[in-house]
Design a protein around this ligand. Structure first.
Ligand code: AMP
Length: 386
């Protein structure tokens, strides 16, 4: 396409502190959120005739962390197609050449709110268990592709008013360092499992811990383990749940073990104390049963020792959750990830720039004539208004 024609397709508009340069098909931009990667706007797409969300990644190749994450997401988004994982409708860059390449815009389905906003609401058991069921379905699908998230949090989960839910990102790359001995920088780690905080080996049920923390917050209306840094995070966990057994200590590496064993000892609280009846709707026998099921599920997810914590499959079969069980959602065919080295990649800024640019061009090609993937509105058949 010649330069003039391309230039005519775009326009620039200031949104907050940032300028969005987008295709003219996207109008009415309004800021709706911001995350570690950039600003997100809602917009109206005149081609698809629907509202969309547009996320701007500013110079995503600028450092290893940003670049790896942006590249990983662009590649994984191509492989994953599940109704509980956000789908990309379009990807574009307004720059015309690799040399000029700066920013990437990701166009997604527009959802109504993130889970942080939903946590403030009084949810009945039906909505709470349905939201948890969908989180578990999305996570199961990621696990089936070999993607273990490890960093699920309410800000990275979005919902619609009909109670449908989607996970926004793919979490930490396998090679991302996390443990106690890492330099603290501002990230939300309230939902990270003990094995992530303590830099231990992990399995798929590392994500069940995060679901447990999110569920706890939805029930209590406040963060369960609000650690101020990674050390305080561990303190908050043991103050509430109690110092873990010697068997657990033996799984830690020597330096972490010395630290963990030298913390004061805590007995912890029972789940009846942590989640008393008053936190649940209890105006009927049905609700009383549901509250005890919800508490039972929490007690099985919030287990410090991963070898004793339930799996995603077991959580999906739990009486509080399995009322929603639908094999087409739980057992959707697993996505095939072709780039097996995705997490191991290390590149210079210039190499990342080229890799990301090529991914964007590939996406532009795939989405040229409208939507290639993403969920048509008609598939959203559950109407449970929050
Ligand atoms: P992110 O940069 O992906 O972490 O997103 C930051 C925030 O933007 C989220 O916490 C949401 O509040 C909002 N957001 C991102 N994507 C969407 C979307 N597709 N629909 C609605 N809100 C979104």
């Amino acid at each position: 396409m010649n330069r003039n024609k391309r230039e005519k397709e775009y326009y620039s508009i200031d949104v907050g502190d940032s300028t969005f340069t987008v295709l003219k098909r996207y109008q009415n931009l309004r800021p709706i959120g911001s995350g570690a990667q950039g600003i997100v706007c809602s917009a109206y797409d005149h081609v698809l005739e629907r509202n969309v969300a547009i996320k701007k990644l500013s110079r995503p190749f600028q450092n290893q962390t940003h670049a790896k994450r942006a590249y990983r997401e662009l590649v994984l988004m191509k492989c994953v197609n599940h109704k509980n994982i956000i789908g990309l409708l379009h990807v574009f860059t307004p720059q015309k050449t690799l040399e000029e390449f700066q920013d990437v815009y990701l166009v997604m389905e527009l959802m109504d709110a993130n889970l942080c906003q939903v946590i403030q609401m009084e949810l009945d058991h039906e909505r709470l268990s349905y939201l948890l069921y969908q989180m578990l379905c999305g996570i199961k699908h990621l696990h089936a592709a070999g993607i273990i998230h490890r960093d699920l949090k309410p800000s990275n989960i979005v919902v619609k008013s009909d109670c449908t839910l989607k996970i926004l990102d793919f979490g930490l790359a396998r090679t991302a360092a996390t443990g106690l001995l890492m330099t603290p920088y501002v990230v939300t780690r309230y939902y990270r499992a003990p094995e992530v905080i303590l830099g231990m080996g992990y399995q798929a049920n590392v994500d069940v811990w995060s679901v447990g923390c999110i569920m706890a917050e939805m029930v209590r209306g406040s963060v369960l383990f609000p650690g101020t840094d990674h050390i305080d995070q561990w303190n908050k966990v043991i103050e509430q749940l109690g110092t873990p057994s010697q068997e657990f200590m033996l799984k830690l590496n020597q330096s972490v073990r010395t630290y963990v064993e030298n913390r004061p000892r805590y007995a912890g609280y029972s789940f009846e104390k942590l989640f008393p009846d008053v936190l649940f709707p209890a105006d009927s026998d049905h609700n009383r049963l549901k509250a005890s099921q919800a508490r039972d599920l929490l007690s099985k997810m919030l287990v410090i020792d991963a070898s004793k914590r339930i799996s995603v499959d077991e959580a999906l079969q739990h009486p509080y959750i399995n009322v929603w069980f639908d094999p087409s959602e739980v057992e959707a065919p697993p996505p095939a990830i072709t780039d097996k080295q995705l997490d191991e990649r290390e590149h210079t800024v210039e190499e990342w720039k080229e890799l990301i640019y090529k991914e964007v061009l590939d996406w532009e090609e795939r989405t040229k004539n409208g939507v290639i993937r993403g969920q048509p509105a008609s598939l959203v058949n559950t109407s449970k208004h929050l």
